[in-house]
Design a protein around this ligand. Structure first.
Ligand code: AMP
Ligand code: ZN
Length: 153
């Protein structure tokens, strides 16, 4: 059995609150979020670091992170922005050796809340948070129905 926790999440063998999934990647809530809605995007195929990651898959991961950032802004989480961060290698403080892109929602003036979240890393209402993000993705997709406002996936 694969001892990589993110491979097991991708395969549905370990618990996670998933917000998005397709053939090649999935996105789920970080178990120790810095801010509400902190999400990780991972390739389904194991790649420990960027050295091991197919470049096209890397582009897809970023595209999904981009989409999530837009969706979270449109969600009831009512955020104003996001930090998209990828820690590559232990030198960069990567702790889980399976490539993952962090999408950390931000609000104007949230610096104290952000600092507290960074220290405490507590999860609140993951089910409701995931539902809000999925609704934001649906809202984003509906905008795409209008060719004037299309957001490429
Ligand atoms: P990094 O330091 O970039 O490797 O970040 C790893 C992230 O994975 C941290 O934010 C952890 O909270 C998160 N994490 C570790 N295990 C799990 C898990 N089983 N489910 C969800 N998130 C996880
Ligand atoms: Zn893995």
């Amino acid at each position: 059995m694969n001892d990589c926790v993110f491979c097991r999440i991708a395969a549905g063998e370990a618990p996670a609150t998933k917000v998005y999934e397709d053939d090649t990647l999935c996105a789920f809530l970080d178990i120790r979020p810095i801010t509400r809605g902190h999400t990780l995007v991972i390739p389904k195929q194991h790649a420990a670091e960027l050295e091991d990651l197919d470049a096209e898959l890397g582009a897809r991961i970023f595209r999904t992170g981009h989409r999530l950032a837009l969706a979270i802004r449109r969600s009831s989480l009512a955020t104003d922005g996001a930090n998209l961060v990828l820690n590559d290698g232990t030198a960069a403080f990567q702790t889980v050796p399976h490539v993952h892109l962090h999408v950390v929602p931000r609000k104007h003036g949230d610096i104290l809340r952000f600092a507290k979240g960074f220290l405490l890393r507590r999860s609140h209402d993951p089910v409701g948070t995931a539902a809000a993000i999925r609704a934001g993705m649906a809202a984003l997709d509906n905008e795409g129905e209008d060719p004037e406002e299309r957001v490429d996936r």
